[in-house]
Design a protein around this ligand. Structure first.
Ligand code: AP5
Ligand code: ZN
Length: 221
């Protein structure tokens, strides 16, 4: 399956993407994680991306699209992928369409995760992320690690993202409303969008997501 996950910062895209990718046996491709990996490797792309990420703005399309295309062309993505955080504006959605057309493949669904602003701010304020490449995600109240500051999965160090300050989160939310939300209409017009609430326990949201994808698969036939 080829799926796009869309939702405001803190809606739980990363949390759900890992679970859904595992259940659907497709790679989880997160442009945010790819940028963070570049930042920790101190690449030129990482340096450029960090300035935008710390400001809560989007990394320029040209860089983002090239990076995402490169990742989607890796052998593990040949039979499907779950995109998390890409596309993030209409021109990225058009670039993705172009890539899919060139490869003669199609998206199966665009899954929107909805959450009210107060909830996403609480989720982001308490988020702690593992420094390992897998970037395991925790929350001080909702998913606390067994040992403070240490990842339960791999023993990596947990840290708070630089762009998770309240001021930057407000900027990221504003960017989401003006630039990313329009892609939901873009995909609705193509009959691909399905939206679910991301409120409630993580397992419950995963169940809702799988049901919505199944319904969409039925409709798409
Ligand atoms: P990115 O890394 O994609 O961040 P984001 O979209 O802002 O989303 P988040 O990672 O903040 O949240 P999430 O929805 O994944 O939530 P999570 O699962 O962690 O992008 C960062 C930056 O990179 C952008 O601002 C931009 O600068 C740049 N960028 C990335 N892609 C780009 C693109 N395509 N174009 C241009 N620039 C790009 O969950 C949040 C917290 O809530 C966690 O602590 C989690 O444990 C908790 N939680 C999750 N689910 C639940 C639940 N059901 N109940 C309770 N708590 C929960
Ligand atoms: Zn870890």
């Amino acid at each position: 399956m080829r799926i796009v996950l869309v939702g405001p910062p803190g809606a739980g895209k990363g949390t759900q993407a890992i679970r859904l990718a595992g259940k659907l046996s497709v790679p989880h491709i997160s442009t945010g994680d790819l940028f963070r990996a570049n930042i920790s490797r101190r690449t030129e792309l990482g340096k450029l991306a960090k300035v935008c990420m710390d400001a809560g703005t989007l990394v320029p399309d040209e860089l983002t699209i090239a990076m995402a295309k490169d990742r989607m062309r890796q052998p593990d993505a040949e039979n499907g992928f779950l995109l998390d955080g890409f596309p993030r504006n209409v021109s990225q959605a058009e670039a993705l369409d172009e890539l899919l057309r060139a490869e003669a493949i199609k998206l199966d669904a665009v899954l929107g995760l909805e959450a009210p602003e107060g909830e996403v701010i609480k989720r982001i304020a308490g988020r702690r992320v593992c420094r390992s490449r897998s970037a395991h995600v925790f929350h001080v109240a909702y998913r606390p690690p067994k040992k403070q500051g240490v990842c339960d999965v791999c023993g990596g160090e947990l840290y708070q993202r630089d762009d998770d300050s309240e001021e930057t989160v407000r900027k990221r939310l504003a960017v989401y409303h003006t630039q990313t939300e329009p892609i939901i209409e873009y995909y609705k017009a193509r009959g691909l969008a399905v939206t679910i609430s991301s409120l409630g326990p993580v397992d419950e949201v995963t169940r809702r997501a799988l049901e919505a994808l199944k319904r969409r698969e039925g409709d798409g036939r």
